[in-house]
Design a protein around this ligand. Structure first.
Ligand code: PLP
Length: 392
C-alpha cells in the first residue's frame, strides 16, 4: 500500500548526481542552511568554518556577485545590499556615531542628500554640503567633529567632475574616512581604492546589472574594522539583497564591460551630434573640450568619459514635453545605466523638490535633460534625437 505521505514528500531533495554540470549559475533561494551539529554551527559563527546560516547574513548568490564586483574594484570582502541606498545607509549608520559630522558633495544623488539632511540629524549626526570640484571648499567644511567625506566622481545631472586627488589628500591629512559612490563612473572608468578611498559604494541597479530588472547595492571597505561595522549594520538593519536579484544582477554583470564600452562610444558620438542640432543651448559630456571640467576629466578618467550626456534646449515645459513625445523609443524614465538609452528630466524628477530659481542656480532649466546612453546602433540614436529636436 502506498503511504498517505511518502517519506520524500516533505524532505528537501538534492539534485540527482550528474557527470555533466550546469553552465548557468544556480539560483539558491533558501533562507536557512542546516548545519550538521551545534559544534559546527558554533564554528561557523566564530569563523573557523565557512558556512551559510541565514540568508540575511549571506547567501551563495550574494557571494558570487560580490566577488565579481570586488575583482572589478580591486578589493576584497565587499557586501551586497538590497539597494544602492541601503549601501549608503549601511556606510553612514555603520561608521558614524551620535555627535559626528559628515561632509557631502553638494550634488550627490538626491536620496543620499536627503539621508544627510532629513535622516542623519535624527541620530545626532550633522553634515555640511560642499562643492566637490573644489578640494579647498571641502577642507574648509571640516570641523573638530568631522569623520567622513562622501562624494561622487561625476555629479548628477550636470556631470561636473570632482577633484578626487585633492579630496583624497584632504581626507588623508585630516584622518577622515573617504567614501566614494562610484555608480556613475563604474570601476571601468575610475577605481577609487587605487586613489585613496576607504569605502566604495555602488548602486548595482544601474550600470553593473544594466537591465532595469534587479535592484541592489554594493559596499566595500579597505579597513577590516570598517568592514565589520558595515557588515553588522547590514545584518541588524536588514539591508541585505535577495538571492533572486543577485542572480539576475550577476547575469547582467557578465556583459557589463561590453555594454559599457559600447555605450561610452555611443555617448561621445551622440554628444557631438546633439551639439550640432538646431535649438541646443549646451551639451555636457566630460570628453568634450567645451566641458567645464574637461582637463580634470582627462587626467582622472581619460579616456573613459562614461555613458552619460546632458543637454539643454531653449524653452518651457511645453518644449520639454514635445521633445520627449517625439522620441518614444528613448524611454523617458528616471534612471540610468540600462542597456537601452533612457532620457530623464531633472525639473520633473530628481530636482522637482527645488524651486525653479534654485534649479536655475544649479543650471537645470525646464529645457535641461540627461541621457543615459545605451548600446543601440549610433545611427538610430542620432535619428531619434534629431526627431526630438525637430519637435521643439
Ligand atoms: C541610483 C543611485 C543610488 C541609489 O541606488 P538605488 O539602487 O536606486 O537605491 C545611489 N547613488 C547613485 C549615484 C545613484 O545613481
Amino acid at each position: 500500500m502506498t503511504k498517505d505521505v511518502p517519506d520524500n514528500l516533505v524532505r528537501r531533495t538534492a539534485f540527482p548526481e550528474s557527470v555533466s554540470r550546469a553552465v548557468a549559475t544556480p539560483l539558491q533561494p533558501s533562507v536557512v542552511y542546516a548545519s550538521p551539529d551545534p559544534d559546527t554551527l558554533d564554528a561557523q559563527y566564530e569563523g573557523s568554518e565557512f558556512g551559510y546560516t541565514y540568508s540575511r547574513e549571506g547567501h551563495p548568490n550574494a557571494s558570487v556577485l560580490a566577488a565579481k564586483i570586488d575583482a572589478l574594484e580591486g578589493c576584497e570582502g565587499g557586501f551586497i545590499t538590497s539597494t544602492g541606498m541601503s549601501a549608503v545607509t549601511a556606510t553612514l549608520l555603520g561608521l558614524l556615531q551620535q555627535g559626528d559630522h559628515v561632509i557631502g558633495g553638494n550634488q550627490l544623488y538626491g536620496r543620499s542628500l536627503r539621508m544627510m539632511t532629513s535622516e542623519l540629524p535624527r541620530f545626532g549626526i550633522s553634515h555640511t554640503l560642499a562643492d566637490p570640484t573644489d578640494a579647498a571648499a571641502i577642507e574648509k567644511a571640516i570641523t573638530a567633529q568631522t569623520k567622513m567625506i562622501l562624494v561622487e566622481v561625476v555629479s548628477n545631472p550636470t556631470l561636473r567632475v570632482a577633484d578626487m586627488n585633492g579630496i583624497a589628500q584632504v581626507a588623508k591629512a585630516h584622518g577622515l574616512i573617504l567614501v566614494v559612490d562610484n555608480t556613475f563612473t563604474t570601476p571601468r572608468g575610475y577605481q577609487p581604492f587605487a586613489h585613496g578611498a576607504d569605502v566604495v559604494i555602488h548602486s548595482i541597479t544601474k550600470l553593473l546589472a544594466g537591465h532595469s530588472d534587479a535592484m541592489l547595492g554594493y559596499v566595500a571597505a579597505r579597513d577590516p574594522a570598517h568592514r565589520a561595522a558595515i557588515e553588522g549594520t547590514i545584518i541588524t538593519l536588514g539591508l541585505s539583497g535577495s538571492p533572486y536579484d543577485c542572480w539576475m544582477a550577476e547575469r547582467g554583470l557578465m556583459s557589463f564591460h561590453l555594454r559599457y564600452d559600447r555605450a561610452e562610444e555611443n555617448a561621445a558620438a551622440l554628444a557631438d551630434h546633439i551639439a550640432g542640432l538646431k535649438g541646443v543651448k549646451r551639451v555636457l559630456y566630460p570628453g568634450r573640450p567645451d566641458h567645464p571640467d574637461h582637463n580634470r576629466a582627462g587626467a582622472l578618467l581619460g579616456p573613459r568619459f562614461g555613458n552619460m550626456v546632458s543637454f539643454e534646449v531653449e524653452g518651457t515645459r511645453a518644449a520639454a514635453n514635445a521633445l520627449t513625445r517625439a522620441m518614444p523609443n528613448m524611454a523617458f524614465a528616471p534612471t540610468l545605466g540600462d542597456i537601452g538609452t533612457t532620457v530623464s528630466h531633472a525639473a520633473s524628477s530628481s530636482h522637482r523638490g527645488l524651486t525653479p530659481q534654485a534649479r536655475a542656480a544649479l543650471g537645470m532649466s525646464e529645457g535641461f535633460f540627461r541621457v543615459s546612453v545605451g548600446v543601440e546602433d549610433i545611427e538610430l540614436l542620432k535619428t531619434e534625437f534629431s526627431k526630438g529636436f525637430e519637435a521643439l
